[in-house]
Design a protein around this ligand. Structure first.
Ligand SMILES: Cc1cc2nc3c(=O)[nH]c(=O)nc-3n(C[C@H](O)[C@H](O)[C@H](O)COP(=O)(O)OP(=O)(O)OC[C@H]3O[C@@H](n4cnc5c(N)ncnc54)[C@H](O)[C@@H]3O)c2cc1C
Length: 243
């Protein structure tokens, strides 16, 4: 399905708030009041980040839903030994201005594309999937059925944990977690990497859904192979790789 392109914009925006999501992840809330900026759920922007006298351009998915006008949210996870992500998560303060350009990307979902969706993410790969879930909730899209399978290494690293808990209580949203390296004593989610067994338990009629995969390249490829083996057609699998 070809969607009309949203106009490309380039603008400076001030950081209004810095929210600590996990020990390694921050959400930056930008003031976009007065900027005519629109996008599809799942798209990303390019952010120019000052680093040692130069400007690094990095892609960041949009976390906030399109209906939230005037405030654009990006969620950044610190990459070990990374440059831009370290500046953004450790040195960025309220009031600072950044150059933003976008929206970009074909990893998008709108209800006309399909009402039964499965979102599969790892780590910061949750960001565009969260945008989709927030869009479903804020627009009251009750006819849509969404299942999220979200993989993290540790409980403390689950981004948007409390909000996901609330979203999972909606009648049309299911949130499923798995932890790969350590689990707290009270843990009721899955243990280990997302696999065919988990998917078959959580999703009825696997081939008849639209799939959105986001995270590290190897994770996305592994998930795509798994889905193909379960009979999902390539055209029903959308991928966003964070390399
Ligand atoms: C479409 C898209 C959307 C994205 N959305 C998000 C998002 O919403 N949230 C998010 O957190 N990230 C997102 N990313 C990833 C993001 O764009 C950056 O890649 C990430 O923040 C790391 O940038 P960095 O400058 O910190 O790392 P870099 O400095 O570019 O380093 C990246 C990696 O390379 C290694 N490295 C650096 N220098 C060297 C060297 N000289 N030799 C060998 N290895 C080296 C580092 O150890 C690190 O592991 C997205 C990526 C894409 C493509």
């Amino acid at each position: 399905m070809e969607l009309p392109k949203k106009p490309l914009r380039e603008f400076k925006a001030k950081v209004l708030r810095v929210i600590t999501e996990t020990p390694t992840t921050k959400t930056l809330v930008f003031d976009t009041e007065g900027v005519d900026f629109d996008f599809y759920p799942g798209q990303y922007v390019m952010l120019s980040v000052p680093y040692a006298g130069e400007l690094l351009r990095r892609a960041y998915s949009i976390a906030s839903p399109p209906s939230q006008k005037g405030r654009l949210e990006l969620t950044v996870k610190r990459t070990p030994n990374g440059r831009a992500s370290v500046v953004l998560t450790q040195q960025t303060q309220e009031g600072q201005e950044f150059l933003i350009k976008g929206p970009y990307g074909k990893f998008v979902w709108v209800p006309e594309m399909g009402h039964r969706i499965v979102l599969i993410g790892a780590g910061s790969g949750i960001v565009p999937l969260m945008c989709i879930l927030r869009h479903i909730a804020s627009e009251g899209l009750e006819q849509v059925r969404a299942t999220l399978l979200y993989s993290n290494t540790h409980y403390e690293e689950i981004i948007y944990r409390e909000e996901l808990e609330r979203l999972g209580r909606l009648p049309n949203v299911k949130v499923v977690h798995t932890l790969t390296r350590s689990q707290p004593a009270h843990w009721e989610g899955y243990v280990g990497r997302i696999n065919a067994h988990m998917l078959l338990r959580e999703v009825e009629d696997v081939p008849n859904h639209l799939y959105y995969l986001c995270g590290p390249p190897q994770f996305v490829e592994d998930m795509a192979v798994m889905l193909a083996e379960l009979g999902v057609e390539k055209s029903n699998i959308k991928k966003e790789k964070y390399d």
